[in-house]
Design a protein around this ligand. Structure first.
Ligand code: MG
Length: 496
């Protein structure tokens, strides 16, 4: 039986399909831009995507009457309510934000892209500063249009994480940060991890690691007919359709684990999209529900499964077969290398114990920036003071400080907390699935059982339920950091 039977919703879905088709096209154009497009094609591609997005906005706004009618139906099932909720959110956004502001933001972020790259390469914040000032001002305006009754951070936070408020994040970080500091202090004092691991310094042969990664994709049983993998500087995953999900991997010829765990991370994102119910294809709920829930899937596979003591013996032979320098290392040594804890200045290099410090710090700083308590010109020094508090080191230059992340140049504010939410939910999954005997993953059979559980409980509904509702359905509670704390204690305090 179809998920959708209410005639008004069925009608709405039929009229939404062209909008979904444009989303499909735009995703493909964006993927092509990253992977295949000749450089000079960028300007035309930008214009075409802007036109498509204007057209789909217009088409969505034309649905307003029908959406209202659907919203007034008395007997909608969950799938139908989800459809109405997501389209309403979309319309609400278009109604509140003047097209002129969308255009200004698009222009400002397009113009900031090269200055940010140059500024980072030369560690010259002044090169990026005027662009960041413009973008910050536009984001404040956007927040004001979205919800003038609340702090700007709350208004922007709702975009990636429907229903999430600053009080949720304050509570999560207040619980998480002291616990992580305690775990870090104990882990470091154990002396278990060397200052520098010899494997970090080994140059690897890219084609050999590509072969190993290919075999890891088979180990993970990624469906080769519905999935592809390419190479890009910044790894990402994208859904074109429910049977066409694409990821990328990077190869910087040192520290092979960054590439392999990046691959497993993106597979987690891809698996979520691949396991959304096919009945939701070309509907507004046919995709992952939020950045945080998406990130929970990637972090879960990367860390909870991928870096576990029981999974390492499955990955290790595939790596060793292709990277001969691993012959000298035992599986225990490689496991320790995969899980080295060492405070770092760079977020993307951070280990599981210290990663959330980078997010807690960005969250505090972004709040101050949006509220005007810190000016853009003061960001470099405030950044350095704040990160030193958490990791005990001060960035020697802005490239290793305030200029390290691309997000602000893209106009993405209030998105960093999604990474910590991802870790929190991955910890909740660890706690629940360990109790149920579904973790650890130690062979092909347990992998299949785990995927089936995730499909049934988390992936299938797509965006049908808002994030907090989805969590309550699965775990009986909203974001609860205690699972992550127990997971880290269990893993790192037993190592030392
Ligand atoms: Mg990710």
């Amino acid at each position: 039986m179809s998920l959708f039977s209410n005639p008004v919703v069925v009608d709405l879905l039929a009229r939404y399909r062209p909008i979904a088709a444009m989303g499909y096209s735009s995703a493909l154009l964006e993927w092509d831009l990253e992977i295949n497009m000749p450089e000079a094609g960028a300007a035309a591609r930008g214009k075409v995507r802007a036109e498509l997005s204007l057209l789909s906005q217009k088409m969505a706004l034309d649905l307003a009457g029908l959406v209202e009618k659907a919203d007034n139906q008395k007997t909608l099932n969950d799938a139908e309510k989800g459809i109405v909720r997501v389209i309403k959110r979309e319309l609400d956004f278009y109604r509140k934000i003047p097209p002129k502001l969308i255009e200004e933001l698009q222009r400002a972020t397009a113009e900031a892209s090269i200055p940010w790259r140059e500024a980072r390469a030369k560690s010259d914040f002044a090169r990026f500063q005027p662009h960041l000032e413009t973008i910050t001002e536009l984001k404040r305006k956007q927040a004001e249009y979205l919800d003038p009754s609340t702090q700007p951070y709350n208004a922007l936070l709702d975009l990636p994480e429907e229903g999430l408020r600053m009080e949720d994040l304050d509570r999560i970080f207040q619980q998480l940060v002291p616990a992580l500091k305690r775990i870090l202090a104990k882990t470091l004092s154990s002396g278990h991890f060397p200052e520098k691991h010899p494997l970090e310094e080994v140059d690897y042969d890219v084609p050999s690691l590509k072969q190993a990664n290919k075999e890891i994709l088979s180990l993970l049983d990624m469906p080769s007919k519905r999935f592809r993998q390419d190479v890009s500087t910044h790894p990402f995953s994208t859904r074109i359709s429910g049977d066409d999900v694409r990821i990328t991997t990077r190869y910087e010829p040192k520290d092979f684990r960054a590439s392999t765990f990046g691959l497993i991370h993106e597979c987690g994102h891809a698996l979520y999209e691949l396991q959304v119910d096919h009945e939701l294809d070309l509907t507004p709920t046919g995709t992952g529900v939020s950045s945080g829930i998406h990130e929970s899937q990637s972090r879960f596979w990367e860390n909870v499964v991928g870096r576990s003591r029981q999974f390492t013996p499955l990955v290790y032979p595939l790596l060793k077969k292709n990277l001969s320098f691993l012959d000298k290392y035992s599986v225990d040594q490689v496991y320790a290398y995969f899980n080295t804890v060492r405070p770092s200045l760079i977020r993307v290099e951070a280990d599981e114990v210290t990663y959330n410090f980078h997010i807690a710090m960005r969250y505090e700083l972004e709040k101050k920036l949006l509220e005007g308590k810190v000016n853009v010109s003061e960001l470099p020094s405030v950044w350095n003071d704040m990160i030193e508090e958490y990791v005990g080191k001060r960035p020697p230059n802005d490239a290793e400080g305030v200029l390290q992340d691309v997000h602000w140049s893209w106009g993405q504010y209030a998105i960093f907390p999604s990474y910590s939410l991802g870790n929190v939910v991955a910890g909740m999954l660890w706690k629940m699935l360990s109790k149920q005997g579904l973790l650890p993953v130690k062979d092909a059979k347990s992998l299949i059982t785990l995927k089936a559980w995730l499909a049934e409980n988390l992936h299938k509904p797509g965006a049908t339920y808002a994030p907090k509702i989805l969590l309550t359905r699965v775990f009986g509670t909203g974001y609860d950091p205690s699972g992550l704390v127990s997971y880290l204690e269990n893993k790192y305090l037993s190592m030392s």
